[in-house]
Design a protein around this ligand. Structure first.
Ligand code: WTA
Length: 636
């Protein structure tokens, strides 16, 4: 039996039991047998959820890129590491072998050093899905610099706040990006952001679209020029297992995004291990995750997890609808993709289109289908299963978070029998628990509660950059000695988990986590707005869409309501990005509040979802007349 590669259900249970009986021994064995360390750890695990403090493989030394690149050179030098499929199907794809990737990462790393980047420095990366995105990430890791990738759909304001929060010294961007028929001027967005980022000394620009950009002297440099002088070998900087590898921002319940800090050794071990098992990757497979590397899914399961296993990982620059709705399936056919990992929102969008788009492609290479990012509804699950998997491919519904670093609850394909909408069972080493509102664990099956994790796992985020207290308050204060996920879940009769959704002020729209607070902050900046509250409501394709209840300072303003709606959405686009725009805006004379002044979002959610049959406990409601008025004018 190999603990590293689970092949059937019985083995899963054996491995799982072992992993929870003695987690230290379990992870130590995996770390020892499957990775390259320059020095072994002194201690496998130190932890205290009260502080909170978690350290895995303390004292060990390594470089993650030696694990993702160098060690494959002996056996896989000419194997494709990254298969880059451009936005435009007419443009040539790039098959970057392990040998080439090693050389390009080394060259990029030397260039970063030449430009003054040192171990521990933070580098912001704001790039579209082009090979340089993966290369610059790995180049930072090569020299022990900390990458902070910001999704290239965020606005200048959002980018600037992320750059400043972690004191980035450099940004890497591109002149522009392609998305379907559109070209986006990324460099302009960066220029605007940098007006407010004094800490950025250099802006390195990758040429992608060739559109006209302004290069500011002594700050902006073309990457291709700088690379010309850099050597293609670069010794890896050896770091401590607990040294930070990257920062990635996620939404929270205040306006300020949380910079989740992931460290090196544990993250590497867990993402590699989970990749191997959840996708059952075999040597000649072609694996494709459609996420953007700007999110955690791309970090862990396009870059680090696959490369640590010597896999071929597809990187797609474009969108599922260009040049037509068959693009995903055309790519699967073209490269004989074996594992395909996407988001429920993409499945729902494609399921709305004509079946011909999928049926005309040969998808027989597929072996495993995955989903991530939000609960998948039954209809989408069945469409995926019937038309993509031809009822022949297990679907792994993988539950996890930016904070968890890797997949936590998921079927093991060909081992765990799946049920639509269930993420099923925890991976080895993961100990979920359900809690009630009084802080008691709910034992047994056929129960529902708040999802927590009892014991540390190697890839958990170690802190929020610059704010350890917020890390403790958000994740470790709700329940004693447990990590609180912010999600609700049900455990069924056989112990399978089904994630029911967020229980906090985060709303997942098209698979993107959006905090209500930053959106409300943006709206409240509008001079006509007195107060606002955002809730989610069910949406066919996006899963959830945003409904805003907005009270204006003067009711007379309502004459120009349509203009106001546009202005408010523009403000949101400027402050956060178009992903956070509101689908519905209702102007109100007030918001339902408790006696202590808290907005009762529960009521607003019910109204937005047209589910006003039972409003639940309204005994603390201060202003029932407002609720009636909101219901009478609801946009449903
Ligand atoms: C939600 C994405 C149901 C959940 C990797 C979680 C899911 C949040 C699933 C994290 C799933 C993710 N089923 N819900 N399979 N996967 N979620 O940080 O609410 O972008 O807390 O990480 O997405 O989103 P994040």
């Amino acid at each position: 039996m190999s603990n590293y590669h689970i092949k059937h259900l019985e083995e899963y249970w054996q491995v799982y039991r072992k992993s929870v009986r003695n987690p230290e021994d379990f992870w130590e064995e995996i770390a020892e047998e499957h990775f390259l360390w320059r020095k072994k750890w002194d201690k496998v695990l130190t932890w205290d959820f009260k502080k909170p403090e978690v350290k895995w493989f303390e004292g060990a030394k390594l470089n993650i890129t030696e694990n993702c690149l160098d060690r494959h050179l002996a056996t896989r030098a000419d194997k494709t590491a990254i298969l880059f499929e451009p936005n435009d199907p007419g443009e040539k794809a790039q098959h970057i072998t392990y040998k080439e990737l090693h050389a390009r990462v080394s060259q990029f790393a030397n260039m970063l050093k030449d430009q003054g980047i040192q171990q521990g420095d933070r580098v912001c990366i704001y790039l579209p899905m082009i090979p340089e995105l993966a290369i610059s990430i790995l180049a930072c890791a090569r020299i022990g610099a900390v990458h902070s990738v910001v999704f290239a759909g965020f606005s200048a304001t959002a980018l600037a706040s992320r750059i400043n929060d972690c004191d980035c010294k450099m940004i890497i961007c591109s002149d522009g990006s392609y998305r379907g028929t559109k070209t986006i001027d990324l460099k302009n967005i960066v220029d605007e952001a940098l007006d407010n980022c004094a800490g950025i000394k250099k802006n390195l620009v990758v040429k992608r679209t060739g559109n006209q950009v302004n290069m500011r002297k002594d700050r902006d440099y073309w990457v291709e020029d700088l690379l010309a002088n850099a050597a293609t070998t670069c010794p890896a900087t050896i770091v401590d297992a607990e040294d930070p590898l990257f920062i990635l921002y996620t939404s929270g319940s205040t306006g300020k995004p949380k910079g989740m800090v992931h460290t090196t050794g544990g993250y590497m071990v867990y993402t590699a291990y989970s990749f191997k098992n959840v996708f059952q990757y075999k040597e000649n497979d072609v694996y494709w995750c459609t996420a953007d590397i700007g999110w955690i899914t791309g970090h862990s399961y396009i870059v680090y997890g696959p490369l640590a296993n010597g896999a071929t990982t597809v990187m797609f620059e474009g969108v599922p609808s260009y040049p037509d709705y068959g693009r995903f399936w055309e790519i699967v056919e073209k490269y004989k993709v074996t594992q395909f990992y996407t988001a429920p929102t993409a499945i729902r969008a494609l399921a709305k289109e004509h079946l011909d788009f999928v049926e005309k492609h040969d998808l027989s290479s597929l072996k495993v289908l995955g989903t991530v990012g939000e609960p998948i509804n039954e209809e989408a699950w069945h469409w995926y299963n019937d038309h993509v998997g031809k009822k022949n491919n297990p679907i792994v519904d993988t539950w996890w978070q930016t904070e968890t670093g890797g997949i936590m609850i998921s079927p093991i394909p060909y081992s765990t029998p799946t049920i639509p909408t269930f993420a099923t069972l925890p991976l080895p080493g993961i100990q979920p628990a359900l809690m009630d509102e009084h802080g008691q664990e709910i034992k047994g099956n056929q129960v529902e509660g708040r999802l927590t994790i009892k014991f540390p796992w190697p890839s958990m985020a170690r802190t929020i950059y610059g704010n350890h207290e917020r890390y403790r308050d958000t994740y470790f204060s709700a329940y004693d000695n447990m990590y609180f996920t912010g999600d609700g879940a049900r455990r069924d009769a056989v112990g399978y988990y089904r994630i029911t959704g967020r229980v906090d002020d985060v709303i997942i729209v098209s698979g993107h986590n959006l905090g209500t607070a930053p959106i409300e902050d943006a709206i409240n900046e509008h001079p006509a707005v007195a107060e606002s509250a955002i809730v989610g409501f069910p949406h066919d394709i996006k899963g959830n869409a945003l409904y805003g209840y907005i009270t204006l300072k003067e009711t007379g303003e309502s004459r120009r309501q349509d203009n106001l709606r546009k202005e408010i959405n523009q403000l949101i686009t400027d402050r956060i990005g178009p992903i956070a725009k509101l689908d519905k805006i209702q102007f109100t004379n007030g918001l339902p509040k408790t006696r202590s002044g808290k907005i009762m979002r529960r009521i607003l959610r019910k109204i937005a979802s047209n589910d006003t049959g039972n409003m639940g406990d309204t005994s603390t409601l201060l202003n029932p007349e407002v609720v009636q008025e909101i219901m009478d004018n609801a946009l449903v």
